[in-house]
Ligand binder design. Structure first.
Ligand SMILES: Cc1cn([C@H]2C[C@H](O)[C@@H](COP(=O)(O)OP(=O)(O)O[C@H]3O[C@@H](C)C(=O)[C@@H](O)[C@H]3O)O2)c(=O)[nH]c1=O
Length: 182
């Protein structure tokens, strides 16, 4: 399990070692020990899975408070552009986003600590997006920012009229309209 830094401190790409043989492959998708060695004391309490059509954009979401969430995200089938935005008030990279393609080979995942907005655009039908989180789902701690907030300036690789965005996500505020709880 290899940890690769990104331009945003604490936001890490994780590459699993893939053991291929005549049957297919095996990989560890999470192992507590290398996480500990990296100084990530994450305890995952919930595993989530969503399935999305091409053009579905979910985001930009975070969960704060007693059940603040760090997320370990990966794609099991299909392909997404995955995006995290640093909203830690005292961070030098506050407001900066990082994007990467995650695809169904599943060997690459992203560790998104608490203090980040997260979202993704599904680039293929039947995209299975799996993630572990460090806090239980808690509606009272949910917050979000619009995916098309000009301050985030995220370069989504699809035309606006192709996107499928939930009613809830269309109502989200801009980053400048909220006070980050992180
Ligand atoms: C996230 C979540 C949702 N739900 C329910 C609430 C709602 O009725 C239904 C769909 O919820 P949402 O519309 O919030 O699902 P979705 O838009 O997929 O939300 C997710 O988006 C990505 C980008 C993230 O980063 C996740 O943390 C999460 O916020 O599922 C749970 O029961 N448990 C959960 O942990």
């Amino acid at each position: 399990m290899k940890f690769v830094t990104t331009p945003i401190p604490d936001l890490l790409i994780i590459e699993s070692q893939v053991w291929k043989d005549e049957r297919g492959f095996f990989m560890e998708t999470y192992n507590q020990n290398p996480f500990k060695t990296q100084g990530i004391a994450a305890t995952f309490v919930q595993d989530n899975l969503s399935c999305s059509h091409r053009g579905v954009l979910r985001g930009m979401h975070a969960q704060a408070g007693d059940n603040a969430q760090g997320k370990l995200v990966r794609v099991l089938h299909g392909r997404v552009l995955d995006v995290a935005v640093d909203i830690r008030k005292h961070s030098e990279t506050f407001g900066q986003s990082f994007s990467l393609i995650l695809d169904g080979n599943g060997a690459k995942s992203l560790w998104i600590p608490p203090g980040f907005l997260h979202g993704f655009l599904s680039l293929e039908d039947n995209t299975l997006f799996a993630y572990k989180v460090t806090g239980f789902y808690d509606k009272t701690g949910e917050l979000g920012v619009r995916w098309d907030d000009p301050d985030l300036a995220i370069d989504w690789p699809m035309d606006r009229d192709e996107l499928i965005v939930s009613e809830k996500d269309q109502q989200l505020p801009f980053l400048s309209d909220i006070v980050s709880p992180f």
